[in-house]
Design a protein around this ligand. Structure first.
Ligand code: GLN
Ligand code: ZN
Length: 765
C-alpha cells in the first residue's frame, strides 16, 4: 500500500497560540508550566488533525518552541560555553538564552547567530561548534514527544536534521576549522538517538538532509558516505527515511541513493524533472521512493490529476509498498488553514490550499493510487474544475498587461545615456556636496503613526483626518532633516505598514489573507501577500506623499519604492507562469510609478531591492539565469526616466562578492548597502571589482540601539575612501529607521552628518 505522509506541520497554531504563549512566558506573564501545556495541547491537536485527515504516520519532533535547528543543538548537547550550562539536559531557559541572548544580574550574554533556512523566509539558529566540541544526548524532547503521541494512540515518525546538514550549516567558534570535520564524533550520538527511539517503538525515523540539494564539495560527499554507513552499523534496526527538499538532488542522486537508508523523499514541486531518474535509482537500489508532490511552501491547490499520474507511474515501476506520497517539504512554510479566511471570495479560495487542506490532498492521492481513480472521482473532478477555473479566469488574465510585456524592447531596460554621462548631468542639476548625506527611507514608526494607520483601516478615522495625520508626520520628519542638515531628504514612509504590503494593496493581481501567518523566526510570523494574477497599477501609489514632502523643502526629496524582486520574494507567488514573467509585470508597474514621480518633480528616486540576494537559487548553475532576469526587471523599473533623474537602490546585506557584477549591471546611479556591522568588510569586493557607479556603504548600524560616535563613522568613511573614489561615495545609515526610536535616531543622524562634514573637509577639498 502507498502511504500518505507529511514531512512536518506548522507548530505556531491556527491562531498563533504558540507565539502568544511563548511571548507571554518571555515577558514573565505566565509560568513555564503554562507554556509547556500550550505546547502539549498544540501537538495533540496537530497530530490528531493529521491522523484524521488520513496521514498514516504523522511526524513528531517537528514541533519547536523556537527553531528545529536550535532543538538539534540541544539534543546533541552543543551548547556554547557562554550560556554556563552544565546540566544533564538543556533546560528551557538556557534554550531561550541561546535563541535570544540573556540580560540578567549585570550579565549580558549574546544570542547565537540566526540565518535564513535555504531560500525560504524562515530563519534558523546557526549551530556554533568548537574544534574539540563534544556531543551527547542532552534533551529528552524527541523521546517525550514520540511517547506523548503514542499515549494518544498515534504512531509518529520522529524527525531530525541529519548529521551532514547539521554540520554543513554550523559555524566554527574559537579556533577556525571546518565543522564537517566533527562528523566522526557526531554520528555515534545520532546512533544513540535512533537506538533509544527504536527501543520506545519508533522503527522509522525521518532524517532531513536538505543539503543533498546543494552543490556539495568532496568533503561533504565523503561525510555523507561515512556518516550513513556508520549509522547503519551502529543503529541497524532503524529504518531511515531520508528527506531532501527545496531543490532537486540532481548530481547528488547517485550519492543519495547509495546511502544505506530505507527510503528517499524528493521534492517534485521544485524539481519535477527528477521523477524518472529517481524511479530508476530507487528500482536499482531497492529503496522506497517518497514523492513530494504537494507543495509545502506555497498556497496553491494541488492539481490532483497530474500528481496522480506521477504517483501511478512510480507505483507501476516500483510497487505500491515501495512508494509513498508526501509534502514537498515541511508544511511549516505554509499558512495553517483556509477555513478561517472569510474575507477571501470563494473563487480565489477554491484555487488555494493551506496546510490543513494539503493534508487532505496527500491523503486523497494515496487513496487514489491504492483504490483506483474511481475512489476519488469527486475529488479529481473538483480539482480539475478548480484548475480550469483558474486557468481561464478573467481575474487572472489581463490582456493589456500581456500585450505590454509582449512588446517589450531591449531599450526599455536601458537608460538613455551611460552612467558617466548621466552623472555629469545629475551633478549639475542636483548640486550636492561631496559625501552627500541621506537616509534609507523610513523614520521611526511611533505608536501614534501605527495607531492612526490602524484606525484608518478599521474605519474609525476618516480619510481626511488620516491624511492630515500622515502630513503632520511628514512635516515633522522634513523639519528634523533640515535641522540636522541632511542633503537628500525623505518623507519617512509613515503611511507604510510594510514595504511590500503597501504596494501589493494598491496593485491589481494581489490578494491578502487574514490569518495566513507563516513563522519567520522564533515567535515572529509574517503574512505574505498573495500574487494570483497579472499585475497592473490602476493608480499612482506614492506620488501624492512625495509631492507633499517635496513642497515642504527646497532640498531634494527622494521618492521611495520597493523593487520587483523584493515584492516577489516576500509574497506567495503564482505558480502558473515563470517567476520571471511575474517579476517583469511588477517591473512595469513600478516603472510607471517612477515616471509619475519624475513628472511630479521628484529628481531622485530610490527603488529598494532588499531581497535580491535572498532570491538566489540554491544551485549555482541556476544563478546566471536568475540574475539575468532580476537585473532586467530592475532596469525596466529604472529606465523610463531622463538622464537627469537619479535612480538609487538599496540592499539589506553586505556579502555580495559573488554577485557584484550583477549589481553593477543593475546600473543604479547610487546604491546603498549594509556594511557597518562588518566594519566595511564588503569593501573587499570593491577592491577587486571597480564598481562604476556611486555607493553609500552604511555607516550607522540601525539594528542596534547604540548611537555611533562621529569618530567611529569618520573612521568607517575614511576606510571606504581608501577603496572607493571620493566622488563616488555617499553617507547613509545601514537600512531604514522604522524600528528605532527618535531618541536614538536624532543624535545618531546628527553624528552621521557631522562625520560627513569632517571627511568632506579632510578628503574632498
Ligand atoms: N526604504 C525602506 C525603509 O527604509 C527599506 C527597508 C529595507 O531595506 N528593508 O524602511
Ligand atoms: Zn535595508
Amino acid at each position: 500500500m502507498t502511504l500518505a505522509l507529511n514531512l512536518g506541520f506548522p507548530r505556531i497554531g491556527a491562531n498563533r497560540e504558540l507565539k502568544k504563549a511563548v511571548e507571554s512566558y518571555w515577558k514573565g506573564n505566565s509560568s513555564q508550566d503554562e507554556l509547556l501545556t500550550t505546547g502539549k495541547e498544540l501537538r495533540a491537536k496537530h497530530w490528531k488533525l493529521q491522523a484524521d485527515a488520513g496521514i498514516d504516520y504523522p511526524p513528531s519532533n517537528d514541533f519547536s518552541y523556537y527553531d528545529q535547528m536550535l532543538d538539534m543543538s540541544c539534543l546533541l548537547g552543543a551548547v556554547p560555553a557562554r550560556y554556563n550550562w552544565s546540566g544533564e539536559t538543556v533546560d528551557l531557559d538556557t534554550y531561550f538564552a541561546m535563541a535570544r541572548g540573556r540580560q540578567q544580574d549585570g550579565h549580558d550574554v549574546i544570542a547565537m547567530e540566526m540565518t535564513k533556512w535555504f531560500d525560504t523566509n524562515y530563519h534558523f539558529i546557526v549551530p556554533e561548534l568548537t574544534k574539540n566540541q563534544s556531543f551527547k544526548v542532552a534533551s529528552s524532547k524527541i523521546f517525550d514527544e514520540h511517547q506523548e503521541a503514542k499515549d494518544a494512540g498515534i504512531h509518529t515518525v520522529p524527525v531530525i536534521i541529519g548529521p551532514v546538514t547539521y554540520l554543513s550549516l554550523a559555524k566554527s567558534s574559537g579556533e577556525d576549522f571546518d565543522p564537517i570535520d566533527l562528523i566522526d564524533d557526531l554520528v555515534p550520538v545520532y546512533a544513540d538517538i535512533l537506538n533509544r527511539l527504536y527501543e520506545q517503538d519508533a522503527p522509522w525515523v525521518q532524517i532531513d538532509e536538505p543539503c543533498l540539494c546543494l552543490d556539495l564539495n568532496d568533503k561533504q560527499r565523503e561525510a555523507y558516505k561515512k556518516a550513513y554507513a556508520k549509522l547503519a552499523e551502529l543503529a541497524p534496526n532503524t529504518n531511515i527515511a531520508l528527506a531532501t527538499y527545496f531543490e532537486g538532488i540532481r548530481d547528488n542522486e547517485n550519492l543519495a541513493f547509495s546511502l544505506p537508508v530505507a527510503t528517499v523523499s524528493v521534492d517534485l514541486v521544485r524539481y519535477p524533472n527528477q521523477l524518472d531518474s529517481c524511479i530508476a535509482k530507487a528500482k536499482e537500489t531497492g529503496k522506497g521512493l517518497r514523492l513530494g508532490l504537494v507543495d509545502g511552501r506555497n498556497i496553491w491547490r494541488n492539481d490532483l490529476s497530474t500528481s496522480l499520474e506521477k504517483l501511478e507511474k512510480a507505483v507501476a515501476e516500483l510497487g505500491a509498498d515501495n512508494v509513498q506520497v508526501c509534502s514537498s517539504c515541511s508544511l511549516l512554510h505554509s499558512p495553517f488553514t483556509l477555513e478561517s479566511e472569510d474575507a477571501l471570495d470563494d473563487e480565489l479560495k477554491n484555487w488555494m490550499a493551506f496546510a490543513v487542506q494539503k493534508l487532505d490532498e496527500i491523503a486523497t492521492l494515496a487513496k487514489g493510487v491504492n483504490e483506483g481513480r474511481d475512489a476519488i472521482a469527486a475529488e479529481l473532478k473538483a480539482s480539475d474544475e478548480a484548475q480550469e477555473s483558474r486557468q481561464n479566469s478573467t481575474r487572472i488574465h489581463n490582456k493589456e498587461v500581456k500585450d505590454r510585456l509582449a512588446t517589450t524592447t531591449p531599450d526599455m531596460a536601458q537608460r538613455k545615456s551611460v552612467f558617466a554621462e548621466r552623472a555629469k548631468i545629475q551633478r549639475e542639476k542636483l548640486g550636492l556636496p561631496a559625501f552627500p548625506t541621506t537616509t534609507i527611507g523610513s523614520f521611526p514608526q511611533t505608536q501614534e503613526i501605527r495607531k492612526a494607520r490602524a484606525s484608518f483601516k478599521k474605519g474609525e478615522l476618516d480619510a481626511s483626518a488620516y491624511e492630515q495625520a500622515m502630513k503632520d508626520e511628514i512635516g515633522h520628519v522634513v523639519d528634523y532633516q533640515h535641522a540636522v542638515d541632511l542633503d537628500v531628504l525623505v518623507h519617512g514612509e509613515p503611511e507604510r505598514n510594510d514595504m511590500v504590503e503597501y504596494f501589493g494593496e494598491q496593485l491589481e493581481g494581489f490578494t491578502f489573507s487574514k490569518f495566513g501567518w507563516v513563522q519567520s523566526y522564533g515567535s515572529r510570523c509574517v503574512k505574505p501577500p498573495i500574487i494570483f494574477g497579472d499585475i497592473s497599477r490602476p493608480n499612482a501609489m506614492t506620488v501624492k506623499w512625495a509631492e507633499y514632502a517635496q513642497s515642504l523643502t527646497k532640498k531634494k526629496m527622494k521618492g521611495m519604492l520597493t523593487g520587483p524582486i523584493t515584492i516577489l520574494q516576500w509574497s506567495f507567488v503564482r505558480n502558473d507562469q515563470p517567476e520571471e514573467l511575474t517579476a517583469k509585470q511588477i517591473a512595469f508597474a513600478i516603472r510607471d510609478e517612477v515616471v509619475d514621480l519624475e513628472k511630479a518633480g521628484i529628481d531622485i528616486i530610490q527603488i529598494d531591492e532588499a531581497a535580491i540576494r535572498e532570491g538566489l537559487p540554491i544551485r549555482k548553475e541556476d544563478w546566471p539565469a536568475y540574475l539575468d532576469w532580476s537585473v532586467e526587471a530592475f532596469r525596466i523599473c529604472a529606465s523610463g526616466v531622463e538622464d537627469s533623474t537619479q535612480i538609487h537602490t538599496h540592499m539589506c546585506y553586505s556579502e555580495f562578492n559573488d554577485m557584484i557584477e550583477a549589481i553593477a549591471a543593475m546600473d543604479a546611479d547610487v546604491i546603498s548597502i549594509e556594511t557597518s556591522r562588518s566594519q566595511m568588510e564588503l569593501l573587499e569586493a570593491f577592491e577587486k571589482f571597480k564598481y562604476p557607479n556611486e555607493i553609500g556603504p552604511g555607516v550607522y548600524d540601525i539594528h542596534s540601539p547604540r548611537i555611533p560616535s562621529i569618530e567611529e563613522m569618520t573612521a568607517l568613511l575614511e576606510k571606504a575612501a581608501k577603496v572607493i573614489p571620493v566622488e563616488q561615495l555617499w553617507v547613509n545609515p545601514d537600512c531604514g529607521l522604522k524600528t528605532r526610536g527618535w531618541a536614538e535616531v536624532e543624535p545618531a543622524l546628527k553624528n552621521m552628518v557631522d562625520a560627513a562634514k569632517e571627511v568632506r573637509q579632510k578628503l574632498a577639498s
